[in-house]
Design a protein around this ligand. Structure first.
Ligand code: DP6
Length: 332
C-alpha cells in the first residue's frame, strides 16, 4: 500500500540535550517545542512485493549510503517487524527547506516516515504510539513533530520508554499571534550531528549537572508562559535555555561551536532591538541558524530589519504549525 504523510519541523523552546537510553532514544530531560507552519517534510512510502530492496529518494536524489539511509532502513525494519511483513519499500521524501542545516529536517522527516510507513504497512497506530515510533526512528525530536502545536516530549521514567512520548500542550489556535522567524545564515551541513554532540557533552562536559538541575524551572516557566500567552516569559526562558545548552556545547571536549559570526550578529541585533522596545527573543539549535520568537504585530518589522543584516541569506516567517497529517498527493 502507498501512503503519504506531511509533518512540520519544530524548534525547541526548552531543549533536549542528552539521552538516558541511546538505543531507545530516551531523553535525560523533558523538553518543549513549537511546530513551524511553513517548514515541512512530505514522505511517501510504498511497500510492494515487486521491490527487491529498499529504495530511498531524498529531495529527488537516490540515497545509497550514509547514516540517514541506515536510520531509514532501521526504521522500516521496526515497522516491518510490528506489521509482521518482509516486503521491501520505496520511500520518497521532500523537505521544503535546506536539509541538515540545523532546521530539524530529521524531526519532520522521521515523523512523516513513521506515520506514512506504519500506515502503508497496515498498522493503525494512535498518536501516542506514533510519537513513540517517531522517536525510535533515531531522532528524538521527531516525537514532537508528529504532535505539532506546542508539544512537550516527556522524558518518562520507565526503562522500556513506554511513558516517553510527546503530548500537545496547546493547539496552534491557542496562540495565533505567536511567530517564529527563521534566519538562515548558512546552508552547509553541520560537522557534528546532534546525536554525536549530545553524547560527547554527557561524557566530557563539566557543566552538565547544572543543566539537569535547572531544567524543571525552565519547563515550568515555558508551560506557564504558553498557557498565559506571555511572550516575555516564554521568550526569555527559551533564550536563556538556549544559551545554557550552547554553554554545554562550547565546554564539551572537543568543543562544539555551532555559531558563525552571522549567528552572533543576529544575537546582538535582537538584544539591541529589545533594549529599544521591539520585543523578540532568539533561540538556536545545533547549527548556525537563528530563530527569532516574537508576536505578529512586530514580525514584519523584525523580518525587515533582519534582512538588512550582512550575514543573512534568507528569512522565513512562520506561525505555529499543527500535527502530522496524511495526504493524497503521493510523491510517486
Ligand atoms: C539541539 O532529535 O536531532 O535540536 O535524537 O540524537 O537524533 P537525536 O537528536 P535530535 O536532537 C535535537 C537537539 C536540539 C534540541 C531539540 O530539538 O530539542
Amino acid at each position: 500500500m502507498k501512503v503519504t504523510a506531511i509533518a512540520n519541523s519544530n524548534i525547541a523552546l526548552v531543549k533536549y540535550w542528552g539521552k538516558r537510553d541511546e538505543k531507545l532514544i530516551l531523553p535525560n530531560n523533558s523538553n518543549i517545542s513549537v511546530a513551524y507552519d511553513k517548514l515541512n517534510t512530505i514522505t511517501t512510502v510504498d511497500f510492494n512485493p515487486d521491490y527487491s530492496k529498499d529504495v530511498f529518494i531524498l529531495d529527488g536524489n537516490e540515497i545509497t549510503e550514509g547514516s540517514v539511509l541506515k536510520k531509514t532502513i532501521e526504521h522500516l525494519n521496526i515497522i516491518r517487524q510490528r506489521a509482521n511483513i518482509q516486503t521491501k519499500a520505496k520511500i520518497a521524501s521532500k523537505n521544503n527547506f535546506p536539509t541538515a542545516a540545523g532546521l530539524a529536517s530529521s524531526a519532520s522527516g522521521f515523523s512523516a516516515l513513521a506515520f506514512a510507513g506504519s500506515k502503508a504497512a497496515g498498522l493503525n497506530l494512535d498518536q501516542k504510539e506514533l510519537s513513540i515510533l517517531s522517536r525510535l526512528s533515531g531522532s528524538g525530536s521527531a516525537s514532537r513533530s508528529l504532535i505539532g502545536g506546542f508539544a512537550e516530549w516527556m522524558k518518562g521514567e520507565k526503562a522500556d520508554g513506554s511513558d516517553s512520548y510527546a503530548v500537545q500542550i496547546a493547539k496552534p489556535e491557542h496562540w495565533p499571534e505567536f511567530r517564529i522567524i527563521v534566519a538562515i545564515v548558512s546552508e552547509t551541513k553541520k560537522k557534528v550531528s546532534s546525536t554525536d554532540g549530545m553524547n560527547l557533552t554527557m561524557k566530557t562536559c563539566p557543566l552538565y549537572q547544572g543543566w539537569l538541575d535547572t531544567i524543571e524551572q525552565d519547563l515550568k516557566n515555558v508551560r506557564k508562559g504558553i498557557a498565559e500567552k506571555n511572550l516575555t516569559l516564554v521568550g526569555s526562558t527559551a533564550e536563556s535555555n538556549c544559551l545554557k545548552m550552547h554553554a554545554l556545547m562550547i565546554t564539551t571536549q572537543p568543543s562544539l561551536i555551532y555559531w558563525t559570526p552571522a549567528t552572533l550578529e543576529i544575537i546582538h541585533a535582537v538584544l539591541d532591538w529589545r533594549e529599544k522596545g521591539l520585543e523578540s527573543y532568539f533561540t538556536i539549535d545545533a547549527g548556525p541558524q537563528v530563530k527569532i520568537l516574537c508576536l505578529e504585530k512586530d514580525a514584519q518589522e523584525i523580518n525587515d530589519k533582519l534582512r538588512l543584516l550582512q550575514g543573512i541569506k534568507k528569512t522565513i516567517l512562520c506561525g505555529v504549525g499543527g500535527e502530522a497529517k496524511l495526504s493524497k498527493n503521493h510523491l510517486f
